[in-house]
Design a binder for this molecule. Structure first.
Ligand code: KIV
Ligand code: ZN
Length: 386
């Protein structure tokens, strides 16, 4: 039977940490409602102790949606107390607490020892658990942690009651096959690992966040932590739309999510506009060029059968249609197709003549739009508009 992957969206926490992307509580509520309609399972709404604004956002999002609401904390009593208070109205609340797990974090961030951070993490899980919410534990910088120590930590926090254990590649350091092996190692060495959901949270510093997330899911993790458009600290987080569409496209993985993929493009635009963070044109799934075909060979093949060059139907992600961009690289097939859409039915000699005129304009203008085509068509009096 197909395995369900929980989608944990951290656009409003890790994503919102991006300089210039800060949102008001009202804006966060608008996005949270869209995330709920999109079908995400948990929304990480903020880090309540960090500011009154973050506290308020967790309160208001808890009231606004029925989706699980998560609040981030350090492994500290005051953080957990404040998060528990902020989650009061959540239909399903989750405290996300944790501590560093790599030696570099333990020594240079906490000036501590493996034994002490482990003890602190276990204490934090037990303390959070007593608040009556779901508890997720993050082993920060798990991508660089000593694997045997990481396994010891995961086992201890599960014994303390963690419902979910997050294995973040905080610095985006891991290679996909090695991150997958880390997750597999945990499944093979941690006692009672099936009592908790293992979560993957990958950053994109080397451009491998999505690949690492998929490797972790394939190795058995049950939750993916993602953001819309992959926004997040530094080079960003794993992008929700990529993970959702990889899982939907690769039926062979035998995984599924609750994401309503037809809403992806709309939510991507909303987040991009509200966070003033443009989406790069070549971004997978939601970029402006994701379904645009511009070279003659591709256009000809696409017009014969769209599956020659598209593995996703654009309407599956809410993009109204693919586009054929007319440039000097375009061939006669693409020109004919666009002329037909404009109501022209050129004969073969007419098309040849028109193509010559088209190439001159294309060299000059780079992209030839419909208005340019109408002028070209009018100037070549051979054409009869049907
Ligand atoms: O990247 C990270 O390690 C995090 C944790 C706070 C979960 O964002
Ligand atoms: Zn992160």
């Amino acid at each position: 039977m197909s395995r369900k992957i929980e989608i944990f969206d951290t656009t409003l926490r890790d994503g919102e940490q991006v300089p210039g992307c800060q949102l008001s509580t009202e804006e966060k509520v608008v996005i949270a409602r869209e995330l709920e309609l999109l079908g995400v399972d948990v929304i990480e709404a903020g880090f309540p102790i960090s500011s009154p604004g973050d506290f308020l956002s967790v309160v208001e999002l808890s009231k606004a949606v029925s989706t699980g609401i998560c609040a981030l904390t350090r492994s500290k009593k005051e953080d957990i107390d404040v998060a528990a208070e902020a989650l009061h109205h959540a239909k399903r609340g989750r405290i996300h607490t944790g501590i560093g797990s790599s030696d570099i974090h333990i020594k240079t961030k906490f000036n501590s020892s493996r034994e002490k951070v482990l003890e602190q993490g276990v204490w934090a899980v037990s303390y959070a658990k007593a608040k009556g919410y779901e508890v997720e534990f993050f082993a920060e910088d798990a991508g660089r942690a000593d694997l045997a120590f990481l396994a010891q930590m995961v086992e201890a926090v599960i014994a303390a009651g963690a419902d979910v254990v997050n294995i973040p590649d905080t610095t985006g350091y891991c290679l996909p096959h090695l991150y997958g092996k880390r997750i597999q190692y945990l499944f093979e060495h941690v006692k009672n690992i099936h009592k908790a959901t293992i979560s993957v949270h990958c950053h994109n510093d080397l451009g491998m966040a999505t690949a690492n997330t998929m490797a972790g899911l394939i190795a058995g993790a049950g939750q993916a932590e993602v953001t819309i458009n992959g926004i997040g600290e530094r080079a960003g987080n794993t992008s929700l739309e990529e993970v959702a569409m990889i899982i939907r496209t690769h039926k062979d993985l035998d995984l599924h999510t609750n994401i309503v993929s037809e809403r992806l493009y709309g939510v991507s635009n909303l987040v991009s506009d509200m966070m003033r963070m443009p989406v790069q044109p070549n971004k997978a799934i939601v970029g402006a060029n994701a379904f645009a075909h511009s070279s003659g060979i591709h256009q000809d093949g696409f017009l014969k059968n769209s599956e020659n060059y598209e593995i996703i139907n654009p309407s599956d992600v809410g993009v109204p249609t693919s586009s054929i961009v007319l440039t000097a690289r375009s061939g006669r097939a693409a020109l004919k197709h666009r002329l037909e859409l404009l109501g022209y039915q050129p004969s073969k000699p007419e098309l040849d003549q028109l193509y010559e005129a088209f190439l001159i304009v294309a060299d000059e203008k780079k992209n030839v739009n419909d208005a340019d085509l109408m002028v070209i068509a009018a100037n070549t009096s051979l054409l009869v508009q049907k």
